[in-house]
Design a protein around this ligand. Structure first.
Ligand code: TEU
Ligand code: CA
Length: 547
């Protein structure tokens, strides 16, 4: 049986600080803005808040390029602001999880400024330097996620340095024990400030072996994670979640198995990357396939049924808005938003709500590249133009999967700029803020927001939601997701119609059930047998408890 952990029953809310709430009118979200919204998060039932990076940074990648791990970016506030946030959150029974970005730093980090001075410098081996190849070009064929080679020639020393992201994000050399020691020291500095855990950025990369062109799952990855665990959070009861785009069910058990002394859980991305185009990746729009989506989600539920733990999410700051990607933002926004929440939150694992998902925020209809801010999008746009692809095609792809979709300001009310700021925001607000906003959602009993609030409460009220064994049904059904959770004699059936048309569903005899309707986005459904007619995006859960 699974040993009980506090984060098994928790729901995490991800905040992208730059876009959450601006308290001083400079158009940029900040920490006091977050502190001012803690009651909003408390009323939703949130237990943990994961903050995307708040540290000093030139903001080349909006904070995922850190120049001082132990100071706050001035546009976000001060250490005192942060400590107040931690205290105010704790007063409300909530914890703060920080984003640990240690695959790379900013090129403005003092370590890199020293390192690039040359081979004699004690910090030289904090980063990955290589001599040019025979032809004077990059040492090997590694490519950056943000386009182009992962190597940049540094004229000062005539050597190349590695950056798997932007050239302003030089990769740290984790093979260097001094690097690991400095990182652990920094982590303990934050742990002593009472944080509730870490989300670990591209943590599957820290075991990279560059000369063998091994980037993720390197041979020492798990040695480093076990060392990190021992040296920092292992003795504390905190939540750790690794971002692992390369994760498989097998590796997930290595990261999160109960006897592994590594992490609590990992984010896997198979349900995301399976929809991408083989050649153009996410930049070529492609509708998602429910049968494939269900098979990936079920595979992960089965793989971690007895050990390890799933992190459940539809979106984050790198992904398009869930309602636009998997729901129906134009036709049935409210019922499809509730359906998506029901399908995800009643699976086994810790749910992560991305800011704005709970009020049905959608992708933003930008029409020109000047509206975009994300370095990945801007770099890829240039590469598409260089490759002779049409700008219109690129914008179509960015509209569907660009990261800025998740980074437009949180929509608090119908006030100017959606109540996010009294000044001009750093990125345009989605024009639908007058209809889609937190103020309207909280006062509407039938809103997506209230549906999330109920789901989050269900997790706390019913152990079957946390620990029930997952079993999928009707796997080949193209429109409907059906699964059961069982715990002892109790059984819960979850049905979610992912389609915009009515569906007549034939219920397998094994699924016959009569019980309490825990939640629904139309009228309550208390029994299943024979056939049932589902409305567009209809979703519900029935719990049959042994009398
Ligand atoms: O993302 C890692 C990562 O691989 C993504 O950037 C992914 O490649 C991309 O979004 C797919 O289009 C983490 C952070 O979540 C991301 O915001 C950072 O840009 C990146 O690492 C570098 O720190
Ligand atoms: Ca501000």
């Amino acid at each position: 049986g699974t040993e009980r952990k506090w984060w098994h029953s928790a729901t995490v809310y991800q905040i992208y600080p730059r876009s959450f709430c601006d308290s001083n009118g400079d158009g940029i979200g900040d920490i006091p803005g977050i502190t001012g919204k803690l009651d909003y998060l408390k009323s939703l039932g949130i237990d943990v808040i994961w903050l995307s990076p708040i540290y000093k940074s030139p903001m080349d990648d909006n904070g995922y390029d850190i120049s001082d791990y132990q100071d706050i970016a001035p546009e976000f506030g001060t250490i005192a602001d942060f400590e107040q946030l931690v205290a105010e959150a704790r007063n409300r029974g909530m914890g703060i999880v920080l984003d640990l970005v240690v695959n790379h730093t900013s090129d403005e980090h003092p370590w890199f400024i020293q390192s690039r001075k040359g081979p004699g410098n004690p910090f030289r081996d904090f980063y990955v330097w290589r001599k040019p190849a025979e032809d004077g070009g990059p040492p090997n064929g590694l490519m950056s996620s943000f386009g182009g080679p992962a190597w940049t020639l540094d004229p000062e020393t005539g050597e190349y340095y590695l950056h798997l992201f932007s050239r302003r994000q030089p990769d740290l050399n984790w093979e260097n024990p001094s690097v690991r020691k400095e990182i652990y020291k920094m982590m303990n500095w934050w742990l002593e400030r009472g944080i509730a855990g870490f989300r670990m950025d591209v943590i599957d990369y820290i075991g990279k072996q560059v000369d063998r062109e091994i980037i993720h799952d390197g041979p020492h990855l798990h040695d480093y994670l076990q060392e990190m665990n021992r040296q920092t959070f292992g003795s504390r009861d905190i939540l750790t979640v690794g971002e692992c785009w390369s994760a498989t069910p097998g590796s997930a058990l290595l990261y999160s198995g109960r006897d592994r002394q590594e992490l609590s859980m990992v984010f896997q991305f198979e349900h995301v990357t399976q929809q991408w185009d083989e050649t153009y990746g996410k930049w070529r729009s492609k509708p998602f396939d429910l049968v494939k989506l269900k098979s990936v989600l079920s595979k992960w539920q089965y793989a971690l049924a007895e050990d390890g733990w799933n992190a459940l999410f539809w979106g984050n700051h790198d992904l398009p808005r869930a309602l636009s990607k998997y729901g129906d933002a134009t036709g049935y926004p409210v019922v499809s938003g509730k359906m998506l929440a029901t399908a995800l939150h009643l699976m086994k694992g810790t749910p992560f709500v991305y800011q704005g998902e709970e009020i049905g925020m959608t992708n933003v209809p930008f029409t020109k590249i000047e509206q975009y801010r994300d370095i990945e999008t801007l770099n890829m746009h240039q590469l598409h133009l260089d490759a002779g692809l049409s700008p219109e095609d690129f914008i179509k792809g960015a509209n569907e999967n660009g990261r800025d979709n998740a980074r437009t300001p949180m929509q608090w009310s119908a006030a100017p700029y959606g109540g996010f700021s009294t000044g001009t925001p750093w990125i345009e607000v989605n024009p639908n803020y007058s209809r889609v906003n937190a103020q309207a959602a909280m006062t509407d009993e039938g809103s997506i927001w209230n549906h999330y609030r109920k789901l989050i409460a269900l997790r706390k009220a019913h152990p079957i939601v946390i620990y029930g064994l997952y079993q999928s049904w009707l796997d080949q059904h193209p429109d409907v997701m059906v699964y059961t959770r069982t715990l002892g004699p109790d059984r819960m059936v979850v049905v979610a119609n992912f389609s915009q048309h009515q569906v007549t569903l034939t219920i397998p005899d094994e699924l016959n059930i009569t019980g309490e309707c825990l939640i629904s986005n139309y009228k309550p459904v208390e029994s299943l047998n024979g056939t049932i007619g589902l409305e567009p995006y209809e979703a519900f859960a029935i719990l049959a408890k042994a009398s």
